[in-house]
Ligand binder design. Sequence first.
Ligand code: LLP
Length: 440
Amino acid sequence: MSTNQSLKPLTLQTNAGGNLQIGGCDMVELANKYNTPLYILDEYTIRSICNDYKTAFKAYPKVNMMYASKALCTQAVSAILADEGFGFDVVSAGEIYTVYKGGVDMSKVVFNGNNKSFEELNLAMQYGVGRISVDNFFELSLLNEVAKSHNKIADILLRITPGIECHTHEYIQTGHLDSKFGFDLTRIDEAVELILEQYRNLKLHGLHAHIGSQIFETTIYSDEIDILIKELARLDEKFGLKLDEINIGGGLGVKYTENDMPPSTYDIADKIITSLNKNIQKYGIEAPALFIEPGRSIISTAGVTLYTLGSSKQVPHGKKYHAVDGGMADNARPSMYQAEYSAQIANKPDAENSCEVTIAGRFCESGDILIKNIKLPEIEEGDILCVYNTGAYNYSMASNYNRVQKPAMILVNNGQDDLIIKRETLDDIISHDIIPQRLK
Ligand code: LLP
C-alpha cells in the first residue's frame, strides 16, 4: 500500500483523552488554540508519500520528481518538498515567487500554463526557472522575445495534447483532443520548425503532457508514454532532433471515501517504467529523462480541515442539516466537482455513528453543502468536525466569498504544531479596498 491509498493521515489515532490526534497533536486542542476552520497538515504523511514515489521509481534512474504546487503552494510546503529532493511545477508568478521565497533551487522548476503573460515569462527568465513548457504558438514567439531581451536561451518543452480520455470529472480532464491545453499532435512539426529555424533564443529539450487528475486507471499512463516516445522517435527521424526529456504530468488519484480505490505509486511506477522500456527498445532511442508532476497524491492525504459544528435544521420528513463555520470558500470541491469527503467528530471519534446527516457550509448559497448524507454520532453544538483528505486543492482554491477570512494552516509533526499560514483578519479583508476621496 502507498500513502495515497490511505483515507486519513498516517499518524492519525485516538489519544488517551478520547480525541483525534494527528502528528502527535490533539485536534480538539488545536481547534481551541487556533480557532476554526483550521487546515492541518501532517508532515510525516507528506514525507511518506515522497518516499513511496522515490522508492517506486528507483528502477528508472533518470527520474525527476516534481511537485505540482497548484495543489497547495506555501513556502513551508515548498521547503519540505525541496528537502525531499523534489522539483516543482508552477503555473503563475505567484507560485514562482512562493517557491523562490521557500528556498527552492529554481533550476528544478518547470513553468506550465496555457496563457502565461509577458510579466510571468519575464519573471521566470529572471529567476532562472529550469524549464518552460510552452503551450501554444503565441507563447513560442512571446518567450523567444523575452529570452532575447534577457540575452538568454530559454530551455523549453512542448506541451502536447495526446488525445487520451481518462475517466475523471470533465473539468479535470486535460489530455483529450478537445482541450484548451497544448499543441495538437498534428501541429507539433510546425512548432519544431519554428524553434529550429526562427526562434534562436529557444532550446527544445523534450515533450510534456498531462492527461487529467484524480486518475484511477494505470493503463492510461502506458498509452501516454506510447505517444510521447513515438513522437520523440519521429522528431529524431524527421529533424535529427535528439530530445531527451519527457514530462508525463501528474494525476494519480487519492482516497476521499471508502469507495475510492486509487492505485498505488508502485503500480503506477511499474506501468510507466515497463512502458518506457518497451518503447525505448521498440524505437531504439536513448532512455529519456522522465519528469513526473504529482500534486494531489503528494499533499491531499496529509491534510484535514477542522470545523466547529453550529446550527442545525431538521427538514420535516426530510434531511437533518448540521452547519459548520466554513464551507465552499475553504473547500470549493464539493460544489464545483460534486466531490465527496469523509469525516469524523474529533472529540468523539469512537462514538457510534447513529445518525445520517448532511453537513452544510456557512456561505449564502444552497449549493454550499460540504458532505451529503454522512453517518456520524449524535452531534452537539460545539463538536469539532474533522474532514479528511483536504490537503490538495482546498486552500489553493480558497476564496473570500461573503468576505469571510481564509483559515490558518498548521503543520503538525511529533507533537509539535507550527503555524504555516496565518488566519486572515478583518483588516486583511479590507486591506485592498480604496474609498475614492469624493465619496468620503
Ligand atoms: N501537471 C499539470 C500540467 C497539471 O495541469 C496538473 C493539474 C498537475 C500536474 C497535477 O495533477 P494532480 O497530480 O494534482 O492530479 N482543482 C482540481 C484539480 C485540477 C488539476 C489541474 N492540473 C480539483 O480540485 O480536483
